[in-house]
Design a protein around this ligand. Structure first.
Ligand SMILES: CCCC/C=C/CC(=O)SCCNC(=O)CCNC(=O)[C@H](O)C(C)(C)COP(=O)(O)OP(=O)(O)OC[C@H]1O[C@@H](n2cnc3c(N)ncnc32)[C@H](O)[C@@H]1OP(=O)(O)O
Length: 359
């Protein structure tokens, strides 16, 4: 028998009493199930692109499609019951969690000296970007665009900057099947890259180690890229049956010339930090032993420059390309939507996952 209205109402009250913040992804699930259980399928207009929070909520609700109200009610009750038991058994907060700005699970965000630092924080997975991390980065960029920092910095925790898209993202197939998965992935990719195209303040990448895939391609949208001499830059798209994203099909030929862009984007040539510097993708390379010290000294000095002058200069430099970049992003995302359904891509991802599972 399904959950009764009383069970549901009691679960709604229990959510307010949870000892531990369940994180954005779970909160979105709760929101979507609540709306589905009380109002049925999503029936409101899609919020605008920049209304990130309401758009994330709308996407979560809309993704439930025609799920019956009773099933949504039951799923809500089950989800809350799971949260209650994990909240009760883990009320001792880990020291690491204390340092993180509230609400983020895959990022550590700090603000100091007028610098907002967004650190990718899944070191055990080489900072691979899972769906939650894409969403949290979009929220973090929106918040950073409005806070009182002058510059925003991305970096990675552990030995990698980022290993790119988390290939296990491909395994979580929704009720609508692989086509729906590919469609949702293309929407997420497009929204994600749009946030970088539109980011109004100077954006800096502190590339502390190897970078792969989408973590490399979006560098073409950054204003400064500082790299440790341990960093490498790798876009193995053809190997994965995939195609370029992050506007790299446009920015890379522009930055490094067609020949070098083709070597990276079609043939998957991995660049050292020195090569990436020679080709204009990286602003400056530092020895790994002094990387953090030198880079942060430099950035702290830059962060004291007048905020508005920097923002307006960025606008003048970048604005005339914005429309073009949005169009390129849309095109790259829609091509990838098709690619993700191809045998070439499916086989490459299966290959990675089966090696990982040591099959
Ligand atoms: C919205 C969608 C947008 C899509 C667009 C993006 C396109 C891309 O980004 S394509 C690039 C995708 N990335 C890759 O192909 C890299 C895959 N990973 C690797 O090749 C290796 O893991 C890597 C060379 C990065 C590191 O190798 P090692 O030093 O040998 O470490 P491990 O392989 O043992 O990695 C440790 C741990 O992390 C997991 N891992 C690392 N990267 C990823 C990843 N990208 N996706 C999923 N998982 C990843 C790896 O499996 C290990 O996990 P455990 O086995 O559980 O310890």
């Amino acid at each position: 028998m399904g959950a009764s209205q009383k069970d549901f109402e009691s679960a709604v009250n229990q959510v307010k009493l949870l000892k531990k913040d369940p994180g954005n992804e779970v909160k979105l699930k709760l929101y979507a199930l609540y709306k589905q259980a009380t109002e049925g399928p999503c029936n409101t207009p899609k919020p605008g692109l920049f209304d990130l929070i309401n758009k994330a909520k709308w996407d979560a609700w809309n993704a439930l499609g025609d799920l019956p109200k009773e099933t949504a009610r039951q799923n809500y009750v089950d989800l809350v019951s799971g949260l209650r038991s994990s909240s009760d058994s883990s009320s001792q907060v880990k020291p690491e969690a204390d340092k993180k700005q509230a609400g983020y699970e895959t990022l550590v965000i700090t603000s100091e000296d007028h610098i907002t630092k967004i650190m990718l924080n899944r070191p055990a997975k080489k900072n691979a970007l899972n769906t939650q991390m894409y969403q949290e980065i979009m929220l973090a960029l929106e918040a950073a665009s409005k806070d009182d920092s002058t510059i925003t910095v991305f970096t990675g925790s552990g030995d990698y900057y980022s290993s790119g898209n988390d290939l296990t993202n491909f395994t979580d197939i929704p009720p609508g099947g692989v086509e729906e998965k590919a469609k949702n992935g293309a929407i997420l990719l497009r929204d994600f890259v749009d946030c970088f195209i539109d980011f109004p303040k100077p954006l800096v990448a502190v590339v502390n180690g190897p970078a792969v895939g989408i973590s490399v391609t979006v560098l073409g949208l950054f204003d400064l890229v500082y790299a440790s001499d341990r960093a490498t830059f790798h876009t193995p798209f053809s190997h994965l049956g995939q195609t370029p994203e992050g506007c790299s099909s446009y920015t890379f030929p522009k930055i490094m010339g067609l020949a070098k862009a083709v070597e990276m984007l079609i043939f998957g040539k991995k660049l050292t930090a020195g090569e990436a510097y020679a080709q204009g993708l990286v602003t400056e390379v530092f020895p790994d032993s002094t990387f953090e010290k030198e880079v942060w000294t430099r950035l702290k000095a830059y962060s004291k420059l007048p905020r508005n002058a920097m923002r307006i200069s960025k606008q003048i430099i970048r604005n005339h390309e914005k429309e073009k970049l949005h169009a390129i992003n849309a095109e790259e995302s829609s091509i990838l939507q098709e690619r993700w359904l191809s045998d070439e891509c499916v086989n490459a991802v299966m290959n990675f996952l089966s090696q990982k599972a040591k099959l």
